[in-house]
Design a protein around this ligand. Sequence first.
Ligand code: TMP
Length: 209
Amino acid sequence: MAGIFVTFEGGEGTGKSTQLKILADSLSAQGRHVVQTREPGGTPEAEALRALLVIGDTDRWTAEAEALLNYAARNSHLQKIVRPALKSGHAVLCDRFMDSTRAYQGYAGGCDMDLLDALETSIVGDTRPNLTFIFDLDPKEGLARTKARGDGSEDRYERKGIEFHQALRRGFHKIAEGEPGRCRIIDATGSVEKVAERVREAMGPLLYG
Ligand code: TMP
């Protein structure tokens, strides 16, 4: 069986991590070997970089520095986890990937897009996702969900202003428009079950193939 690489993207509080677990369970139930992972993170080295990015003052890093740190983490994750798993024919479900860098550091953060293009070409190369779900929700609702969830840690991006989160949502839409074959926008409003149904529909032949 060929490996498949599916990424879960979107703003804060869109429910993507919950949906990743639901899809992982349903693929496992069909006998697929599933690797659930996340970015920044997925290896001890990348998790150490994650800690530098998700806590602390909102202006701690420039957008360029964030892009470089995320790509250092991604390089480790791709080499040690993602590529070996795909080579073994596993389904790799990843909570955030390269589109988060484009949306957060690029569209919302103002990072030079040429830098992001160069990093993507060099570090991601051919290991592009087969399918990317972009969970779409009004950022006011998403941020309210994260506050209600309220574990308080890893909230550096949540503390950025609403304009940042609105630019982020527009950025994810632009990414989806640019690559309609790979990206599916998922309406993230409504119950967990309703959103899971939308994911199942969008997964289509890849789920059963
Ligand atoms: P999470 O909240 O989905 O676990 O992701 C951690 C945070 O890192 C989230 O606020 C988005 C941010 N992030 C970036 O800014 N750029 C990236 O490339 C990635 C992967 C995540």
